[in-house]
Write a protein that binds this ligand. Structure first.
Ligand SMILES: Cc1cc2nc3c(=O)[nH]c(=O)nc-3n(C[C@H](O)[C@H](O)[C@H](O)COP(=O)(O)OP(=O)(O)OC[C@H]3O[C@@H](n4cnc5c(N)ncnc54)[C@H](O)[C@@H]3O)c2cc1C
Length: 479
C-alpha cells in the first residue's frame, strides 16, 4: 500500500529541506526524499565545504603574510592536508546531521532513495532495500543542479575535476589549470593558491566574473589574485588536454594563438545545469524551458498545478538562500497563504580574497531599466579604522542611487567581510531606503559597517573620512 502525504519534497538541499520543515510547521503531513546527502550540494559539496577551505587558508595566509607586520613571529607553519580535509568533513557532517535532526524534530518523514514520478500524484522511491510507492496531494521538486562538463574534459574526479573533486583533494597539487573564471572557479583558485598550488585560470570572456558582479569589484579581486601568484588568462579558450608524464598538457587558444599549459590537475568550473533530465518529470507532465529549468510562475508552481519547483532546478540565480526563500514561500502557498515571489533583490557573495558582495542593480542594469540620472559614490576600506587594524584595506563600498529620489538601487562591496556587510544593503534595497536612511543611521565605531554609512554619505557628496571633490558636493547634500 502506498503511503499518502499532503506534501512530498524531492531533494533535501537548502531548497528542499527548508520547504519540508516549513510545510510540517504549517501542519501538513510531509515527507522528504533524498538520494545522496541531507543538506544537498550546499552543505556537502558546495557552499559549506568551500567556505571551510577558504577560512582555513585565509588563516594560513594571514599567519604567513600579516602576522610578522603585527609583531607576531610564527615559525614552521605547514599544512597537513589530510587533517584539513578531515576538519572540513567534520564541518559538513555536523551541518548535514543538523538537517536530519531538524527534519525529524519537525515530524518530517525522510526517505533515502531516488525519486521518480509515475504520475502527477505518485512517485516511486528506489533504494537498496527496494522500491516503494508514495502518493501526495502536492509535490515540491527541489532536485538541484550539477556541474557542466565540456568536450574533451570528462570528469574523473581524480585529475580532471569538478568542484566536487577539487573539494575532496587530500594532497596539494603543484599546479592546476582552472577552466572558468566564475565565482566557483575563483573561490577554489584563491584557496588552492594559498595552499601553494600554481594556479592558471582560463576564462573565455574578457574578464573574470564578467556580468556577474560590478566590473570595478571584479578588477580588485583579479589584481589581488595576480599578486598572490594566480595567472589569469582572459579571452582564452581551453581546446583540449592530453596526459603528459604524471600530469597534463592543456591546449589553450588566446587571441588566435595556441599555447600549452602544463599542470598536475585540471578543474572545470564553467557553470552548473539543472537536473531536469532526471526524476522522470515527463511522467507528471512538468514542462522544462529551453535552458533546462522547470517552468514556474511567481508562486513557483509548475505547469502542473499541484507540483511546485524551487532552487537550482527552478530558475536563476542558482544560490542557496534563493532556494531556501522559495522553500518557505511554496510551503506557505500550499498551506493556503496568499504569497508570491516578490523579492527585489537576491544578494550575492563571491568568497574570494577580498570578498565581493552585491545587492540590487549594477549601474548597467539600472540604466537598462531607465534610471538615467544616477548618483554613484564609493568609500574605500583604506579610510576605515577597523579595516586598517585588520590589515585588510583593499576594496570599497559602492552605492548607486536614483539622483532624483535618492532611493538606493544597488550596493556593491569588495573588501573584508563584504559577505556580512551586504545584509544591511539587502534590507535597505528591499525597503526602498534612501541614501539618507543609511547616512543618518548611527553605525557603531570602530566597525567595517561604518563604510556603509560613509558610502551613503560619499554618494551624497560629503563623506567625512575622504576628501571629496567640490563638484560632487552639492546643493542636495543633507545637513
Ligand atoms: C563549490 C560550490 C560552492 C557554492 N557556494 C555557494 C555559496 O557560497 N552561496 C550560495 O548561495 N550558493 C553556493 N553554491 C550554490 C548552492 O550550493 C546551490 O545554489 C544550492 O545547493 C541549491 O540548492 P537546491 O536545494 O536547489 O539543490 P541542491 O543543493 O543541489 O540539492 C538537491 C538535492 O536533491 C537530491 N536529488 C536530486 N534528484 C533526486 C531524486 N530524483 N531523488 C531524490 N533526491 C534527489 C540531490 O541528491 C541533492 O541533495 C555553491 C555551489 C558549489 C558547487
Amino acid at each position: 500500500m502506498a503511503q499518502n502525504f499532503d506534501v512530498v519534497v524531492i531533494g533535501a538541499g537548502p531548497g528542499g529541506y527548508v520547504a519540508a520543515i516549513r510545510s510540517a510547521q504549517l501542519g501538513l503531513k510531509t515527507a522528504c526524499i533524498e538520494r545522496e546527502y541531507l543538506g544537498g550540494v550546499c552543505l556537502n559539496v558546495g557552499c559549506i565545504p568551500s567556505k571551510a577551505m577558504i577560512s582555513a587558508t585565509h588563516f594560513l595566509h594571514k599567519a604567513q603574510h600579516d602576522a610578522a607586520e603585527m609583531g607576531i613571529n610564527i615559525k614552521g607553519i605547514s599544512v597537513d592536508m589530510k587533517q584539513l580535509k578531515k576538519w572540513k568533513e567534520s564541518v559538513t557532517t555536523k551541518m548535514s546531521g543538523g538537517v536530519g535532526g531538524l527534519l525529524k524534530g519537525n515530524g518530517v518523514t525522510v526517505f533515502s532513495g531516488e525519486a521518480e514520478f509515475k504520475s502527477k500524484t505518485e512517485i516511486t522511491v528506489k533504494s537498496k532495500s527496494g522500491t516503494e510507492s508514495i502518493m501526495a496531494k502536492n509535490f515540491i521538486v527541489a532536485t538541484g543542479s550539477r556541474p557542466i562538463e565540456i568536450p574533451g574534459f570528462k570528469f574523473d574526479e581524480k585529475d580532471i575535476l569538478s568542484s566536487t573533486g577539487a573539494l575532496a583533494l587530500d594532497q596539494i597539487p603543484k599546479s592546476m589549470v582552472v577552466i572558468g573564471g566564475g565565482y566557483i572557479g575563483l573561490e577554489i583558485s584563491g584557496y588552492m593558491s594559498k595552499l601553494g598550488t600554481k594556479v592558471t585560470v582560463v576564462e573565455a570572456s574578457t574578464a573574470v566574473l564578467n556580468g556577474v558582479v560590478d566590473p570595478e569589484c571584479a578588477q580588485v579581486v583579479s589584481r589581488k589574485l595576480s599578486k598572490q601568484g594566480v595567472e589569469i588568462l582572459t579571452g582564452a579558450k581551453a581546446k583540449g588536454q592530453k596526459k603528459s608524464g604524471n600530469g597534463y598538457e592543456v591546449t589553450v587558444e588566446v587571441g588566435g594563438k595556441e599555447q600549452v599549459l602544463k599542470c598536475d590537475k585540471i578543474l572545470v568550473t564553467v557553470g552548473r545545469k539543472p537536473n531536469s533530465d532526471q526524476a522522470n518529470l515527463k511522467a507528471a507532465g512538468i514542462q522544462i524551458d529551453e535552458k533546462g529549468f522547470i517552468k514556474v510562475d511567481a508562486q513557483r508552481r509548475t505547469s502542473v498545478p499541484n507540483i511546485f519547483a524551487i532552487g537550482d532546478i527552478a530558475c536563476q540565480p542558482m544560490l542557496a538562500h534563493k532556494a531556501s526563500h522559495e522553500g518557505v514561500l511554496v510551503a506557505e502557498v500550499i498551506a493556503g497563504k496568499n504569497r508570491v515571489y516578490d523579492a527585489k533583490t537576491v544578494p550575492a557573495v563571491v568568497f574570494t580574497d577580498p570578498e565581493i558582495a552585491s545587492a540590487g542593480m549594477m549601474e548597467s542594469e539600472a540604466r537598462a531599466k531607465g534610471y538615467n540620472d544616477l548618483k554613484i559614490g564609493k568609500f574605500p576600506f583604506a579610510a576605515n579604522g577597523r579595516a586598517t587594524s585588520l590589515l585588510e584595506t583593499d576594496g570599497f563600498v559602492k552605492m548607486i542611487a536614483d539622483a532624483k529620489t535618492h532611493i538606493l538601487l544597488g550596493v556593491h562591496i569588495v573588501g573584508p567581510e563584504a559577505s556580512n556587510l551586504i545584509s544591511e544593503a539587502a534590507l535597505a534595497v528591499e525597503m526602498g531606503a534612501r541614501l539618507e536612511d543609511l547616512a543618518l543611521t548611527i553605525h557603531p565605531h570602530p566597525t567595517l559597517g561604518e563604510t556603509m554609512m560613509e558610502a551613503a554619505e560619499a554618494t551624497l557628496g560629503h563623506a567625512i573620512h575622504i576628501i571629496q571633490k567640490p563638484l560632487t558636493r552639492g546643493k542636495d547634500a543633507h545637513a
